[in-house]
Design a protein around this ligand. Structure first.
Ligand code: RIB
Ligand code: CA
Length: 312
């Protein structure tokens, strides 16, 4: 029986790979979009265009265009103004299924048994859904999040982008009693793409692997400009693989909270890693290790399985 998944995302290069993996490795029921890497109009446009490019029948519902506290952040310096920098997918003909992602998430949780929510953007939609439907915690098979870090951040020295973009939403979700799986930078930076990864995809000469090759050629150009290295963490795919292939990961129960008021540390995820008895009771499952070699093979095999005829 394949896993039922709804992905909440801000496509975004790595979001696109997460969607492609979930579409093959699970039963991807629907996609909800949130502002993050770029504005909501673009994240939604990208999700619609990707689904249509695949020829997949997956509805897209758009959600929050700003954080709970009103901020609007972006990561255009990494993903480009459109959010799919380096590519040029045709605009989708199919319109967005609704502009009420929050209500859609609630309806999906109520309707689908054994549903996993995979959140790979700012957590605004998820926080609003939990606030409106607290019983979600009793219905969901689980919540898997790409976000936070047990170490340094990326958006700031202290904070990872998805959490930094909406810290209030992140605190609400991470302390909601949902006991989420958290794939933070400490995990995702163990799982890197490189030019060989791109080459394998490009030489397949197939539309979908070719699209991902274009995405990551651009991403490597950006990372070369930013950090001087032609490689990028496959952040969002980790949040899917930890659900579909848990044996490739090690998890540790921890307590986490989110800094909201620190002048320098707002958006920081503070994990209690103390070994003392005094440590706070755990409220999440932190992914601490990934089998990067097996995960890389799995991602490449799955992406190459998208021949020009098969979309699912
Ligand atoms: O920090 C990495 C996260 O921020 C990923 O989800 C990426 O897509 C960006 O949203
Ligand atoms: Ca993302």
């Amino acid at each position: 029986m394949s896993l039922n998944i709804v992905i909440d995302c801000d496509p975004g290069h790595d979001d696109a790979v997460a969607i492609l993996l979930a579409n093959k490795l699970a039963n991807l029921k629907s996609i909800t979009t949130v502002a993050g890497n770029t504005d909501l109009a673009n994240t939604t446009k990208n999700a619609l265009a990707l689904v249509e490019f695949l020829g997949a029948d997956i509805p897209v519902h758009s959600g929050a265009d700003q954080a709970l506290a009103g901020a609007v952040r972006n990561a255009r310096h990494v993903h480009g103004k459109t959010g799919f920098g380096g590519t040029n997918l045709p605009a989708a003909k199919r319109p967005v299924a609704s502009e009420d992602a929050v209500n859609h998430i609630i309806e999906q949780v109520k309707a689908i048994d054994d549903l996993w929510l995979v959140a790979v953007g700012p957590l605004t939609n998820i926080a609003l859904a939990i606030e409106a439907y607290p019983a979600m915690a009793n219905r969901l098979a689980g919540l898997s999040i790409m976000g936070g870090s047990t170490g340094p951040g990326n958006a700031t020295p202290a904070a990872e982008f998805n959490i930094w973009a909406d810290p209030e939403a992140a605190r609400a979700v991470l302390t909601s009693g949902l006991n989420p799986i958290i794939c933070g930078l400490n995990l995702t930076q163990q799982f890197l793409s490189d030019d060989d990864f791109v080459e394998v995809l490009a030489t397949a000469d197939q539309p979908v692997p070719g699209f991902v090759a274009e995405l990551y050629r651009y991403m490597h150009d950006r990372m070369d400009a930013i950090i001087g290295e032609r490689r990028a963490a496959l952040h969002d795919p980790c949040a899917v693989l930890v659900v579909t292939h848990p044996h490739l990961f090690e998890l540790t129960d921890m307590y986490v909270d989110v800094e909201l008021t620190g002048e320098l540390s707002r958006g920081m995820t503070l994990f209690d890693q103390r070994r003392t008895l005094a440590r706070t009771p755990p409220n999440c499952r932190v992914a601490t290790k990934i089998d990067a070699d097996k995960s890389r093979s799995l991602v490449l095999t799955t992406l190459l399985d998208y021949s020009s005829s098969s979309s699912s």
